[in-house]
Design a protein around this ligand. Structure first.
Ligand code: SF4
Length: 284
């Protein structure tokens, strides 16, 4: 689907992308601030980096993933820093996004897959997110929210019913380390994790393993201990750091703190998996 924002004169940009590693900037830069605010308040329009299809890692089965733009974190290892700024996304009406999703409704059911909203941080646009999840569920499509959890409080209990699975990132446990990794506090993330636990919402916990930054065994032991006490963690995805996003930091002229960091060794990955498994969690 090509989208030409009414308020822009840019060439049309395809909402579909092969993967979220395509660099996209300034695609809604000309949308007036008042329209952005109205869109966020109503959820009638969202700002998307892209739609991708065929993911097997963003929830169960084969997934269609909508990647939102806008994020309040500044993770040192972020591989999509072009999604930090909401103005880099394509403005898409709710109707268009739902229409795009409906193309895949039968295929997704056949493949026991579903729809995942990722980012950026989808809850920067929580009203749009809830509307899309509601539409997806009405089409019989399984829904997953991939979130850093910071704005989890924005979702009402009723909103949460529209989400079948939460992919929750816990980036670090120690408050100081979390601030170092993301620039933001960890408390709101852990509060959201507890709320999901209280509501027995299925969660896949995601942890990005970065040598020298998030690989401290004691901090990981704290995350594992916390997660094992929640009772709703279906699995833990240990995601080894990679450098696929390095070119984006360069092209955006951002100082990249992990320029010379290598992916973790297999030995370290196995150690971290073992730490989660040791407390009874399924870690992959
Ligand atoms: S939460 Fe995700 S999108 Fe936001 S900065 Fe961190 S890695 Fe990037």
């Amino acid at each position: 689907m090509d989208v030409m924002p009414e308020t822009q004169t840019l060439r049309p940009v395809s909402l579909e992308a092969k993967n979220p590693f395509e660099l996209r900037v300034g695609l809604s830069a000309k949308v007036p601030e008042s329209e952005v605010r109205a869109a966020l308040a109503s959820g009638d329009m969202g700002f998307l980096h892209s739609f991708t299809t065929g993911s097997t890692v963003d929830g169960p089965g084969i997934r269609v993933v909508a990647w939102t733009s806008g994020c309040m974190f500044r993770c040192q290892y972020c591989h999509n820093p072009d999604t930090w700024n909401m103005g880099n996304g394509i403005p898409v009406t709710f109707e268009k996004a739902a229409e795009e999703l409906s193309k895949y409704r039968f295929g997704l059911k056949l493949m026991s897959g579903g729809f995942t909203l990722s980012g950026g941080e989808p809850l920067m646009q929580h009203r749009f997110a809830v509307k899309l999840f509601t539409a997806a569920q009405a089409m019989g499509i399984h829904t997953a929210l991939d979130t850093n959890g910071y704005f989890g409080y924005r979702l009402t209990d009723e909103d949460l019913e529209k989400v079948d699975l939460v992919l929750l990132d816990i980036k670090a446990f120690d408050p100081e380390r979390h601030r170092q990794v993301t620039g933001m506090d960890v408390d709101a993330v852990l509060r959201f994790a507890k709320r999901l636990s209280a509501r027995r919402k299925p969660v896949w916990l995601r942890f990005v393993l970065v040598p020298g930054l998030t690989d401290d065994q004691y901090d990981i032991a704290k995350i594992a201990g916390f997660a094992s006490g929640l009772g709703n963690i279906e699995r833990v995805d240990v995601l080894p750091f990679h450098q696929m996003g390095r070119f984006k930091w360069k092209q955006l002229n951002l100082p990249y703190p992990l320029e010379d960091v290598e992916p973790p060794s297999q030995e370290v990955v196995q150690r971290v998996l073992a730490q989660f498994r040791a407390v009874g969690l399924k870690a992959v």
